[in-house]
Design a binder for this molecule. Structure first.
Ligand SMILES: Cc1cc2nc3c(=O)[nH]c(=O)nc-3n(C[C@H](O)[C@H](O)[C@H](O)COP(=O)(O)O)c2cc1C
Ligand code: SF4
Length: 464
């Protein structure tokens, strides 16, 4: 019998939340130990899975309509079927715990507070795809998470949920933690695989190197995000059809939104996909904008997602016209509004923010993180940084704003990996939507003022 759930004072979930994955995050009396997990019904779904036909598990995940929570929203069950049917090589599963997209801070809570939920999800997924060796690739910046997960793996071994002949099923599985060295590009699945192989994380070109066919050591490899893998256990518990009733059609289940920026109560919120609007996120979940401030812009799905302006309206194919506040937080509507739900990192910006400064901040990040393998990305990200540096410092001419956009246009679609899009979409969208503001910033008399003001805001943590 699972114990009743209560949360630490001040950490109680909002009434609009539906907690599946974050059920044990901030839970009173809960710990990352296997005892706490078992007392809550942990590993029961894995035991059930080990008695099922492998294909039946994948079918449930497909029925559930689960879409990957790592960024692209690709259907998880479908990805699992891409392993070549006549494969004779070993199959690997990799859990992507790089969590490198700025604005995203969800996977770390699972790793720190509920690691066995992830291990159970991985065990079920490995059994379904026929993998006997799996890796959890954890970013360098999470040293405690790596220790906690390693401890959890040792406990799972001790209780017979990892190792040989798991729970008498005849199925063997080992999971290893692999620590990254702090590079954004190691979150990109093929860069991650290269890194795991001990090499520089240069992403591989797709095709032919789709990991499900040619992944780790050129063997079929399933790469899934931490949150995606955790959902698998809940899908088995509820059944695919029941799970699919959560959320909205084609956008099923729950997902964790990570809200940062200019709201009263930033934080993480697990909601049914598409069942809350952007306005409800800001006003209900986050307690509204800061006093006296107006909404200016939102990056809805991690820093690579295109920015949305507060005063835009979005015309959908079905005839609906939405304001920014009406947009349901789901994959398809966000794409139809010209951006993406991505990794769930929602960055709210009010009218105290300088858009020249924001895009400069992002471009500094992308120039630093380009792996340098392709010329448009390596050179382009550096030029976007240099030009936006000049704009933010009042040292540019208005024409530089147009040049900035043209550099971004030369990167998109011309690179080996999707970092090319990840770094060009922010610049393209900021320039297209805030061109006048950025051009107005190109005045020698403003030199140093924008950056000085943003530094003051950052230091104070409050809008001026
Ligand atoms: C530049 C870049 C960085 C990425 N970083 C991450 C990351 O930190 N975590 C993650 O899960 N996926 C990240 N992805 C997406 C992965 O390549 C991959 O699609 C994902 O891990 C698949 O998991 P899912 O299907 O469960 O979403 C990134 C992609 C790109 C292009
Ligand atoms: S697009 Fe950028 S990050 Fe990706 S392979 Fe090319 S240089 Fe590297």
């Amino acid at each position: 019998m699972a114990a009743p759930v209560s949360y630490l004072p001040g950490k109680e979930p909002h009434a609009r939340e539906r907690r599946l994955i974050f059920k044990n995050v901030d839970r009173q009396g809960y710990s990352p130990s296997i005892d706490a997990f078992l007392a809550d019904g942990g590993y029961e779904q894995a035991k059930k899975a080990l008695k099922m036909e492998r294909k039946a598990i994948t079918d449930e995940v497909k029925k559930a309509g689960l879409r990957g929570r790592g960024g692209a929203g690709f259907p998880t069950g479908l990805k699992w079927t891409f392993i070549p049917p006549n494969n004779t090589k070993p199959v690997y599963l990799i859990c992507n715990a790089d969590e490198s997209e700025p604005g995203t801070f969800k996977d770390r809570y699972i790793l720190h507070q509920d690691p066995h939920q992830l291990i159970e999800g991985m065990l079920i997924a490995c059994y379904a795809v026929g993998a006997h060796l799996a890796y959890i690739y954890i970013r360098e910046e999470f040293p405690n998470a790596a220790k906690i997960v390693e401890q959890a793996i040792a406990e799972a071994h001790e209780k017979g949920f990892l190792g040989k002949n798991i729970q008498g099923s005849g199925f063997d599985l080992e999971i290893h933690v692999h620590r990254g060295a702090g590079a954004y590009i190691c979150g990109e699945e093929t860069g991650l695989i290269e890194s795991l192989e001990g090499k520089r994380p240069y992403p591989r070109i797709k095709p032919p190197y789709f990991p499900a066919a040619l992944g780790l050591y050129m063997c079929p490899t399933i790469v899934n995000n931490v949150e995606s893998l955790c959902h698998v256990k809940h899908i088995l518990e509820m059944g695919g059809e029941e799970y699919a009733k959560l959320g909205t059609p084609n956008n099923t289940g729950t997902r964790i939104l990570c809200v940062s920026g200019d709201v009263k109560r930033p934080g993480y919120f697990e909601v049914e996909v598409g069942k809350v609007t952007m306005g409800e996120v800001i006003n209900d979940l986050c307690g509204g904008l800061k006093d006296g401030r107006k909404l200016k812009a939102i990056i809805p799905g991690g820093s690579s997602a295109k920015v949305l302006r507060a005063d835009e309206t979005f015309k959908l194919k079905d005839g609906r016209e939405l304001t920014i506040m009406d947009i349901p937080m789901d994959f398809d509507t966000m794409a139809a509004c010209g951006s993406m739900a991505g990794s769930g990192g929602v960055i709210i910006m009010d009218d105290s923010r300088s858009m020249s400064w924001v895009i400069n901040n992002l471009n500094n990040f992308y120039a630093h993180e380009s792996c340098g393998q392709c010329t448009p990305c390596r050179e382009g990200s550096l030029w976007m940084k240099k030009i936006s540096d000049r704009i933010a410092h009042g040292e540019a001419s208005p024409d530089d704003v147009d040049t900035l956009e043209s550099v971004a246009n030369q990167i998109e679609g011309k690179t080996i990996c999707a970092f090319g899009e990840a770094c060009s979409w922010p610049t393209q969208s900021f320039v297209r939507k805030f061109r006048d503001e950025m051009k107005a910033d190109c005045k020698p008399e403003l030199a140093g003022q924008i950056v000085a003001k943003e530094s003051r805001l950052a230091a104070a943590g409050l809008p001026s």
